[in-house]
Write a protein that binds this ligand. Structure first.
Ligand code: GLC
Ligand code: GLC
Length: 822
């Protein structure tokens, strides 16, 4: 069952009913100001940091779901309704929400009145603009009154939900009915003291009335759906003093049949220098100059439309770096539009703010951000460079790293600390990905501090050396890397032994004396250790490179010697030295992470798909048999049915959810890539389709979340609700699936000296063309594909057959034509 459809031409998903199984959202903003926006206008806005600079309120865990948003109430001769359906929930004659790239347009129609609102954050602005068109679709003249509504958050989103004894006395606003560009409401709570920022909510006309006090507007015991002022049909002109400040303007509109009236609402964030805070210090009147300038830039519908157009051009240009044309429209729309879009959202948000992340919990993850980078480095290489420097600056001298850092301060987060032993190696992955894409080796010489300590700067390359050495220096009894608090799997806590309810498995004191080892980190070390060696070699550090390769070889051997269970790779050794992920145990026999990553790293890879004795093939076949489901590959199997104190959080989840045997979409692409490594493109593409949202659109009633972006998890085969997704948007799944599909299935990946062209997608996509812009040149790569297992592409570059699968980089500005046959 579907709840809408894709409009590929417009690059939109069109939700055609308010009654989706869950709010389906979009993200507005790509620089400093961001909004989350559901198909029913729910969500909130913030400036840079979802915790510290929250502009508007949202209520997680509320009944009903999706409460808090920017709403426009209509009073049409006593009939009160909202075009976004929520919050009034009056039946609509027509409803449509189009989620596009950086904007959404929600249209509702009732009783001969159509209201269409385009929500977006213009490029270069710290504001959400709501461009409204109100049309009389009846054949009689109509007079209606529109009431806008936003509820201000008192800036710190956490404090806002906890500190009522103070907060209910501090709310302050100013109202300007006759401003230079219409009416405006200014939210200035705490501006009188140490804050130098305020918010504005304006409309580009002189409003007929306003409200800024929530209880007056809504009515003390009403829900938003029963708001008193829209029902009364006239604003109360209330001025908030403490309690709950809001922003609402009422605008009365008379329309002839067929006539449209345009309105532009702007919700903005402004900062003033300390000595320019006041227009009138004695009366504490805010200096509104910047707000007026902002409202002046969106004083007409034409200005707003031009800004929407600029946004569309921005996205067209951004997405031109990589695109595919094939006969599979689902593949094309995921690659060309939605997967890359989601990668940009994870770049902007990391794991901070979604409908599953409150924006007050986590900062930027060290491992998460490095992996995210692999999905967006081709789109915004300069910003990727800056991100790398930020991340590396939080590393410690011994190579270990803060697990997270705060985006506003760029400082490591002490609350969660360090000790996740996979973290350092992800830095090598991120940097290698960046240099391959850009050719910018100069980043390796960039001075970067440890733990942001001025004076501690060393070249970035030295940080990579510390990352590499950290693993080298922290190996256990089997020569495998020590796991520390956890590796990629945050829930495999082998040194934790927690008995305290509610205690965090990620931060609690580890038990001393254990030597728990991670096979995942071993595989990660083989893959990224080799990349480190290659970077060293390219810097002329031959000795460093060969020394590094020697240790990589040792770990590779240790994996085959101590981490092969007979049919697949073990997952770990626990605190006591017992194997985890072995056929010998009744539960948790096989785990996905080491299978995918070991094969990606080339461990146990034999002579292609027919080499059935090769460990790689055996492990991948075991993955298929034990972990495979129609909805993707579960993380491990059989899931734990009871709490296992020596394994930690993984066994706290009921079987089939999250890390305990859920389909953790993030690591499915590791297996997809692994299948292409052994030449089984058909299997790789099959796995891809199982988790990729566009292919799941028809089962939206089961999947429940947005059919245009990946979710972190789909409930696994042992869960009562198998196939149901959770945690959409902010997941490393976005980056890894884009890497899998663009670089391995379609097979076009940047290397240091040229593009590698090596498609492995199986017979379902018999021909396709990839357009790839790399280092300023354009590559038109046309593939004729038998899809036969083990077959590798033969390349003709600009008419000349070449050996191997490398296409050397061409001068910027040139176009290279590549024909591939396999
Ligand atoms: C979450 C975390 C990520 C971790 C994964 C597996 O997605 O953000 O860092 O690797 O869970 O536990
Ligand atoms: C929990 C989740 C895991 C996430 C972690 C972040 O352990 O299961 O997915 O990475 O919390 O702290």
């Amino acid at each position: 069952m579907r709840f809408g459809h894709f409009d590929d031409e417009a690059r939109e998903y069109v939700v055609t009913t308010p009654h989706t199984p869950y709010p389906w959202i979009n993200y507005l903003g790509s620089e400093r100001f961001f909004s989350l926006l559901s198909h029913q206008a729910g969500g909130y806005s913030f400036y840079r940091d979802a915790k510290m600079r929250r502009l508007t309120r949202y209520r997680y865990n509320n009944i009903p779901a999706d409460t808090g948003g920017r709403y426009l109430y209509v009073n049409d001769g006593g009939d009160v309704w909202t075009p976004s359906w929520l919050p009034v929930k009056a039946d609509l004659d027509h409803f449509e929400a189009r989620h596009g790239l950086g904007y959404s347009r929600i249209t509702g129609e009732r009783g001969g009145l159509r209201v269409a609102t385009t929500f977006f954050v213009p490029l270069g602005e710290d504001a959400e603009v709501q461009r409204v068109a109100v049309t009389n679709t009846s054949d009689a003249e109509k007079t209606v009154t529109l009431f806008s509504f936003v509820e201000f958050c008192l800036w710190n989103a956490q404090d806002d939900q906890t500190n009522y004894q103070r907060n209910l006395s501090i709310g302050e606003v100013e109202v300007e009915q006759d401003g230079p560009h219409g009416s405006a409401i200014f939210h200035k709570t705490e501006y009188r003291e140490r804050r130098d920022h305020y918010a504005v909510f304006g409309v580009n006309t002189r409003a007929d009335g306003f409200d800024t006090d929530r209880d007056t507007f809504v009515g003390a015991y009403n829900s938003l759906g029963e708001a008193a002022v829209p029902r009364a049909g006239v604003s109360a002109d209330s001025v908030a003093s403490g309690w709950y400040p809001i922003g609402s303007h009422s605008v009365r509109v008379t329309l002839a049949p067929g006539e449209t009236r345009d309105l532009v609402y702007v919700l903005g964030y402004l900062e003033n220098a300390q000595d320019e805070k006041w227009a009138d210090d004695a009366h504490q009147v805010v200096n509104k100059e910047k707000a007026h300038a902002l409202l002046g830039r969106f004083a007409t519908a034409e200005q707003a439309d031009a800004a929407v157009e600029a946004l569309q051009t921005y996205w067209t240009e951004l997405l031109s770096t990589y695109s595919v044309r094939s006969d599979d429209e689902k593949l094309d729309r995921m690659v060309n539009i939605w997967n890359q879009y989601q990668c940009m959202v994870t770049f902007n948000m990391s794991r901070s703010a979604s409908y599953f992340e409150t924006g007050i919990g986590r900062g930027m993850g060290f491992r998460d951000s490095n992996q995210d980078l692999l999905g967006f480095v081709h789109l915004v290489p300069e910003r990727a460079r800056e991100r790398i420097i930020d991340i590396a600056s939080t590393q410690f001298e011994d190579g270990s790293a803060y697990h997270q850092y705060q985006p506003l301060t760029k400082r490591g987060n002490n609350d969660i600390g360090s000790g996740f032993n996979d973290d350092p190696l992800w830095l090598i992955a991120g940097v290698a990905g960046y240099v391959k894409e850009t050719g910018d080796f100069s980043i390796l010489d960039e001075p970067v501090p440890f733990d942001n300590e001025p004076g501690s700067e060393v070249p970035l390359f030295e940080h990579l050396t510390r990352s590499f050495d950290f693993t080298v220096n922290n190996r256990g009894p089997h020569g495998l890397p020590l796991i520390g608090r956890a590796d990629w799997n945050d829930c495999l806590n082998l040194n934790c032994f927690s008995t305290e309810p509610g205690e965090s498995f990620q931060t609690t004191e580890n038990q001393a004396g254990g030597h728990a080892e991670s096979v995942f980190i071993a595989a990660q070390f083989v893959l990224y250790g080799e990349q480190y060696a290659e970077l060293a070699e390219r810097r002329g550090l031959t000795e460093v490179a060969s020394q590094a390769r020697k240790v990589v070889g040792e770990v590779r051997e240790a994996v085959m010697e101590h981490a092969w269970d007979g049919r697949w790779f073990l997952r770990a050794y626990d605190f006591y030295g017992n194997p985890v992920g072995t056929d010998a145990k009744p539960e948790g026999k096989i785990w996905i992470e080491p299978q995918g990553f070991a094969v990606m790293a080339g461990i146990g890879v034999g002579e292609g798909p027919d080499d059935v004795e090769a460990p790689a093939i055996q492990a991948l076949d075991a993955v298929d048999e034990m972990l495979g489901t129609p909805h993707g590959l579960v993380l491990q199997y059989p899931a734990y049915t009871t709490y296992q104190i020596e394994l930690g959080e993984v066994s706290t989840y009921p079987p089939g959810y999250k890390e305990n045997g859920g389909i953790f979409c993030h690591n499915n692409p590791w297996v997809i890539i692994a299948e292409t490594v052994v030449g089984r493109g058909d299997k790789a593409f099959d796995y891809y389709k199982r988790i990729t949202p566009a292919y799941r659109e028809d089962i939206s009633d089961v999947h429940k979340l947005e059919p245009y972006v990946y979710a972190q998890m789909i409930a696994g085969k042992q869960a009562p609700r198998a196939g149901e997704a959770k945690n959409s948007w902010l997941t490393g799944t976005a980056a890894w699936n884009f890497v899998a599909v663009s670089q391995y299935l379609l097979g076009v990946r940047p290397d240091y000296d040229g593009l590698v062209v090596d498609p492995q997608i199986g017979p379902d996509v018999p021909s396709f063309t990839v357009t790839r812009v790399a280092r300023g040149a354009t590559y038109e790569i046309t593939v004729t594909n038998s899809g036969a297992r083990g077959s590798r592409g033969a390349l003709v570059v600009d008419g000349t057959p070449v050996e191997g699968n490398h296409v050397p980089y061409a001068p910027a500005g040139s176009t290279v034509r590549v024909e591939v046959t396999l």
